[in-house]
Design a protein around this ligand. Structure first.
Ligand SMILES: [Cu+2]
Length: 198
């Protein structure tokens, strides 16, 4: 009787050892399932939050008041006022203060420092002083107010998202040769300004 009892205890202990890994495997599987469920919920909520944020941003833009920005052009300067506005539809009104040359306003979106942009324009083999409007890594052409005469104003409005922009006059005048022996390039002469959308 005592021997039988010991045998049963031994069997129970053996079963407990055998089941030990079995139990932990069940627990492990449950933990994996729980983690998957949590991850799925989290992922779905993250996806939803992202879509919601996008929708709210679009709504904000549609409801946003139109921003008005002035761009004063001269030889050789380009001044943007104000130079920081919230994202939305932004109307740029440029005025050419002369005294002689027509000007244009090209809007680029870029994080490159001005010195880099000037160097790229200066190294342009096709047209020295012209910043290429495509094909430059990190520089995205956004929009342009076409060339217009002294004493005139011209405008354009675009929906701009948050970021850093550079406004510049990209005219290279082949008929005017500067003191350096090169055609006059308005960008290289100093017609540029940074512009920020928040
Ligand atoms: Cu110009």
């Amino acid at each position: 009787m005592r021997i039988a009892f010991l045998f049963v205890m031994a069997l129970a202990a053996a079963l407990a050892v055998a089941c030990g890994s079995g139990v932990s495997e069940v627990e492990h599987n449950a933990a994996v399932s729980a983690a998957r469920a949590a991850g799925f919920t989290e992922g779905r909520e993250a996806g939803y939050a992202e879509a919601e944020a996008r929708y709210q941003a679009e709504l904000a833009m549609m409801e946003a008041e139109e921003r008005h920005v002035g761009v004063a052009l001269g030889e050789w300067s380009l001044t943007v006022t104000p130079n920081t506005v919230p994202s939305g539809v932004i109307e740029f009104t440029a005025s050419n203060g002369g005294p002689e040359d027509p000007h244009e306003v090209v809007i680029f979106r870029t994080d490159l420092p001005i010195q880099d942009l000037l160097a790229i324009a200066e190294a342009n083999q096709t047209e020295r002083g012209f910043l290429p409007e495509e094909g430059v890594p990190g520089v995205e052409f956004i929009a342009e107010i076409e060339e217009f005469e002294v004493g005139q104003a011209a405008s354009g409005e675009w929906l701009l998202t948050a970021g850093r922009y550079v406004l510049l006059c990209n005219i290279v005048d082949e008929d005017e040769i500067g003191e350096d022996g090169h055609p006059e390039a308005h960008f290289l002469e100093g017609m540029w300004a940074e512009f920020f959308v928040t």
